[in-house]
Design a protein around this ligand. Structure first.
Ligand code: NI
Length: 226
């Protein structure tokens, strides 16, 4: 599933974050790349222990904890502390797949990367190119969203970022270990939850609403690790 989650951050939160990020010390993005992706990767990153990364990362994690669309789609168990990248002057990230397991820096914690997330910090008009392109069985999907919006996609998919030929593309990127490891099962639960929400808002007294909620939780119980 490739999903856009609109307005994860408010315009004020985006503006404050941009002030911090633009003033940060950026380094070569290959520092966090795996063996294969280091060959394809050409961008800049804020070091993961940089105060700006920590601070904006906290803002993102707090916003996600209250975002019902994100929670329903990702069913998060653990979220990797967000990292920040910037592409400019023709930089790009060639086709790659994200590492399956990530160690959370400074902790003994490991995260299995079920979902990849990109949160945009630049408006589309600020730069040319820079689309995130995700491959699945239906073909290529090219994504560029307003600042403050998030894109979620399976970390197992091949993906790339097209060259940025004007301006700069600033974004956060991170991974989610879901309570439901399988993308197909997770997508079914998301579809069912969306239908249940709609039933509750349009026909709240319909007996099927409670029955379908029961089915949702029983599937979750069957498929989830908590
Ligand atoms: Ni990637």
């Amino acid at each position: 599933m490739l999903l856009s989650v609109p307005a994860v951050l408010t315009p004020d939160e985006v503006a404050s974050a941009r002030l911090l990020l633009d003033a940060a010390d950026w380094v070569d993005g290959r520092v966090t790349a795996g063996h294969q992706s280091a060959r394809a990767k050409d961008n800049q990153q804020v070091p993961e222990d940089h105060p700006a990364a920590r601070r904006v990362g906290e803002t993102i994690l707090t916003a996600l904890q209250g975002n019902l669309l994100f929670l329903s789609a990702a069913l998060p168990l653990r979220v990797f502390p967000p990292l920040f990248n910037r592409y400019s002057g023709g930089q790009s990230f060639g086709t790659h797949v994200d590492n399956a397991i990530r160690q959370v820096p400074g902790t003994p914690l490991r995260i299995r990367t079920d979902l990849s997330a990109t949160l945009f910090f630049a408006e589309p008009a600020e730069y040319e190119g820079g689309e995130l392109v995700v491959e699945d069985v239906y073909g290529l999907h090219s994504v560029k969203r307003p600042a403050g919006h998030l894109v979620l996609y399976p970390a197992s998919s091949l993906h790339h970022v097209r060259p940025v030929t004007r301006g700069a593309r600033v974004a956060a990127f991170f991974w989610i270990q879901s309570m439901v490891r399988d993308d197909g099962e997770r997508t079914l639960l998301f579809d069912l939850d969306s239908a249940i929400q709609r039933t509750f808002s349009e026909a709240p007294d319909h007996p099927s609403a409670v029955q379908l909620t029961g089915v949702y939780h029983n599937l979750l119980r069957r498929w989830a690790d908590a």
